[in-house]
Design a protein around this ligand. Structure first.
Ligand SMILES: [Zn+2]
Length: 234
């Protein structure tokens, strides 16, 4: 499997916006996300990350109902059968050895990119339901940029869930689904960087209605691969 390191970034909305409840609109499409946080052990931080992710995903017209399947979470342990349309987000403590070596090689070569998360996408647009976030990278980028770890985690979750909702590989040119998040962007507060672009919102809605994924509204992918990861660059 060819895996490509792509660059991602996250930035900051104001605290009030992040912590505010996310109102669901009547026309929003409901989805269920099962969250398995195997890294933080912090229920309140996890809650803040879920609210951040919900707010970002709501910009695509999608209303998230969370099942917190993490140890200590409200729904733990999630023993109910997963609905076919339910999505799964795993927050892993760290990357596997292969990914760590890849990241070390990228940094030593001056690239400076590391993956925040990983979402394998079936080019057919079917079957992809699991997104993975690497918390050691989230924590590292958080320390480097001063962005709250729960906020960065929420944005990373929203981006990876975005791939599942778009049901297509590749990235947009702007907004949440752009491939690279730089430290500079992370430290700025440009709300447009952390919501779905209009093109991506339309594509998410088309996919939610069950229509075939259209490439006409997608920007040219920066990375055109069947699998992809995210990184925060400098
Ligand atoms: Zn991505």
């Amino acid at each position: 499997m060819l895996q490509t390191l792509v660059r991602t970034a996250g930035a900051v909305l104001c605290t009030a916006a992040v912590l505010a409840a996310v109102p669901a609109h009547a026309g929003d499409t409901p989805i269920v996300i099962r969250l398995y946080d195997m890294a933080t052990g912090d229920e309140s931080a996890r809650g803040a990350a879920m609210r951040t992710a919900s707010a970002a995903i709501a910009s695509a017209g999608i209303a998230v109902s969370w099942l917190d399947c993490s140890r200590g979470g409200e729904a733990h342990p999630c023993r109910t059968v997963r609905n076919a349309n339910d999505l799964v987000v795993r927050v892993m403590p760290s990357r596997g050895p292969a990914e760590q070596q890849q990241a070390a090689a990228a940094i030593s070569s001056g690239d400076g990119e590391v993956q925040l998360g990983f979402t394998p996408i079936d080019p057919s647009g079917r079957g992809a339901v699991i997104a993975t976030i690497y918390y050691d990278v989230v924590a590292s980028v958080s320390r480097r940029t001063g962005i709250g770890a729960h906020e960065l985690l929420g944005r990373a979750i929203a981006h990876e869930v975005g791939h599942l909702l778009l049901r297509a590989p590749g990235h947009g040119r702007s907004g949440l689904m752009r491939p690279l998040w730089t430290d500079e962007e992370l430290m700025q507060s440009r709300p447009g960087d952390w919501i779905f672009s209009e093109a991506d919102r339309r594509q998410v809605q088309a996919a939610a209605r069950g229509s075939a994924p259209s490439t006409s509204v997608r920007a040219t992918p920066a990375i055109d691969d069947s699998s992809e990861g995210e990184a925060a660059g400098r």
